[in-house]
Design a protein around this ligand. Structure first.
Ligand code: CA
Length: 228
């Protein structure tokens, strides 16, 4: 090998090395960008079915909003107070979207009891379901929400005050019935099927909202779905 070809070889080596470094940098950048994308909304194959669920607004509307929630979850209470009223006013009352709630049992027996109570009110007093739903979240303590508060006694008290004419004896029996248990089980199947990891999880048709408190992201998704 002469001096000239040695020089060319080492120049080529430098070029190859630089190309490899550039490729590594590009791959790193792509990887970082895709990590960032995990924070944006996720579109999945299908929207959750809302048969047997409480539905507020136009059931046939183009946009179905589903909350996976838990009466024991403080973020769900906060979402209901901060985001939901705007959502209701802007999209549900106007008939553009429907809203449904699926029980998600992430806090043990109290979550289960709250869910059974909700299903019992939905069955016997469907027109008052959302009043009961809100009244139960209102009862969640601001501090020490992990302490025991969803008890049969509390549920009877909430039903009595939020649901005029409620048959408390029937309500009590229904909470223990296999029919209500089946409805709560159905909700848990949906939680599993849609791989719900946190509450509240908000889905707009088949789009999972990354941050349920980001109202701009919610409205943008609804608007997108409305023009589809
Ligand atoms: Ca349900």
């Amino acid at each position: 090998m002469n001096q000239k070809s040695k020089k060319t070889n080492s120049r080529n080596l430098v070029i190859y090395t630089l190309v490899i470094i550039a490729l590594c940098a590009a791959l790193f950048a792509i990887n970082q960008a895709s990590k960032g994308k995990n924070e944006t909304n996720q579109t999945i194959a299908e929207a959750p079915p809302i048969a047997s669920q409480p539905v507020m607004g136009e059931e046939e509307s183009k946009v179905s909003i589903v909350e996976f929630g838990d009466y024991k979850c403080p973020s769900c209470k906060a979402w209901g107070e901060q985001v939901w009223p705007k959502l209701k006013k802007d999209f549900i009352d106007s008939g553009k979207a429907s809203f449904s709630y699926v029980n998600t049992l992430f806090h043990g027996e109290e979550s289960n009891l709250g869910a059974l109570a909700g299903e019992a009110i939905l069955k016997n007093n469907p027109d008052n379901f959302w009043d009961f739903h809100k009244a139960l979240f209102d009862e969640q303590p601001e501090v020490n929400h992990d302490g025991l508060w969803i008890t049969e006694e509390k549920l009877l008290e909430v039903a009595k005050s939020a649901v005029p004419g409620v048959d408390l004896e029937r309500f009590k029996q229904d909470m223990k019935s296999s029919d209500m248990k089946s409805l709560v089980d159905l909700d848990q199947q949906l939680v599993k099927q849609f791989n719900i990891q946190q509450t509240p999880t908000i889905m707009i048709n088949n789009v999972v909202i990354a941050n349920p408190f980001d109202y701009a992201a919610i409205t943008a998704t609804i608007e997108q779905e409305l023009v589809k």
